[in-house]
Design a protein around this ligand. Structure first.
Ligand code: DI6
Ligand code: FE
Length: 397
């Protein structure tokens, strides 16, 4: 298929957006075969089936590289409790927080987990997302962690989307292990990781390195197992404090470190050295009323690739719009619209270790988004408006 008369933001090369104002793309099966200016179209393509895009903007399809969309229940009640003045402690005593989602997820069977995730997935797909990362981490026992990952894999068969899974057994200590985090890591988390890997359910291993979760030493035990199994890693790091998460992740060559509001210059230098991607999550920053901004100037100074994601989860980021995420990154973190679009395409692919998507380039996947806008900046500019015209997944409109 030949897409003609398109304003291409290829996100390739060094010039802003990799713009080709009057561009063409030749698709063959699930790949891009040729991309370039209309007046440079090779004659061999002149008889291809054409689709005139009337000058619409075409970008790489969006990639949501950090989500928790598989989970049971929701946390609207505690949202209301907090806004009626309840403290976090009162919410926790009432069984709120991650614990309440763990309870609801353990009670949900596979079909329920799939059914409750589908509307969240469909919302993301409706905004041009073709690749999505989905984490476990609300089971915190072997069987439920496996069931979450099976649900994530099942979603890929139910929708035209590519799913990458991350094992997040080291997300929180379940109530039956309260006060015994090391036992939980040894007896449950590492066991669940090994079993999930044997069932080919794990594309990456993640963790939550934070005062309210796990120490770098505890996370390192999980990373050692991931390394022995040859599984790439990523880490929720420096979200609420600085306890050495980014340094640990950099030491293990993590694909990404995520949140990182409290990362300092030395952390960013270590990340730059290791070649990892910084995933910023403005949805959690906004929901938690965080005041500490991620170190954008240091990330720019050391040329660390920056990605964005919704962090769609029922507690700290009940957000299922990557376009709104881009707007929040600009307004709250002062990223530019160019950085925001690069963060939801090219750099989001890097955060998942994918080198076949996120850029419009010959040879890469034909995953594209066609927008009813004239300039790429419009994608981060609006709030609550979806200008998607068509989505192409693996060459299929
Ligand atoms: N950081 C967060 O903000 C979420 N998980 C994490 O590692 C919180 C998840 C929840 O509140 O359900
Ligand atoms: Fe998260």
């Amino acid at each position: 298929m030949l897409l003609t008369n398109a304003n291409l933001a290829t996100m390739d090369g060094e010039n802003p957006y990799g713009l080709i104002p009057d561009g063409n793309i030749v698709l063959r099966n699930d790949r891009i075969e040729w991309v370039g200016p209309n007046d440079g179209l090779p004659g061999i393509y002149s008889s291809e089936q054409r689709e005139d895009l009337d000058g619409r903007l075409v970008t790489p399809a969006l990639i949501d590289c950090h989500t928790h969309i598989v989970h049971g229940g929701n946390r609207a009640i505690e949202f209301e409790m907090r806004l009626n003045g309840a403290s976090y402690e009162e919410v926790a005593r009432a069984g709120g927080g991650i614990v309440s989602t763990v309870t609801a997820t353990r009670e949900a069977d596979l079909d329920s987990l799939i059914a409750s995730a589908l509307p969240r997935l469909d919302t993301l797909i409706s905004e041009g997302v073709t690749t999505i990362e989905i984490k476990s981490g609300y089971g915190l026992d072997v069987e439920t962690e496996l069931r979450m990952l099976r649900a994530a894999r099942a979603l890929e068969k139910l929708r035209p989307v590519r799913v990458r899974t991350s094992f997040l057994g080291a997300h929180a200590v379940p109530k039956e292990y309260q006060g015994r985090p090391d036992d939980y890591i040894n007896d449950v988390c590492i066991q669940a990781l090994r079993t999930a890997h044997e069932e080919r359910l794990v594309d990456a291993v993640d963790g939550f390195c934070e005062g309210i979760a796990f120490t770098p030493q505890q996370i390192e035990r999980v990373f050692e197992v991931a390394k022995s199994l040859g599984i790439p890693i990523k880490l929720h790091a420096e979200q609420l404090s600085n306890i050495g998460g980014v340094q640990l992740a950099a030491k293990y060559g993590a694909m990404s470190v995520d949140h990182i509001e409290y990362a300092n210059e030395a952390d960013v230098m270590a990340l730059a050295e290791s070649g990892g991607t910084a995933v910023l999550l403005p949805g959690a920053f906004y929901t938690l009323h965080e005041t500490q901004h991620p170190p954008l100037e240091h990330l720019r100074k050391y040329n660390v690739p920056i990605a964005l994601a919704t962090d769609a989860n029922p507690g700290s980021s009940p957000l299922t719009s990557l376009l709104l995420t881009m707007n929040m990154a600009c307004t709250l973190f002062r990223m530019t619209p160019l950085e925001a679009l690069t963060s939801a395409t090219r750099n989001a692919a890097s955060a998942l270790g994918l080198n076949d998507c996120g850029i419009i380039r010959a040879g890469l996947r034909a995953d594209l988004a066609i927008w009813n806008v004239e300039h790429p900046a419009e994608l981060a500019y609006r709030m609550g408006f979806n200008p998607l015209h068509r989505r192409i997944f693996g060459g299929e409109l």
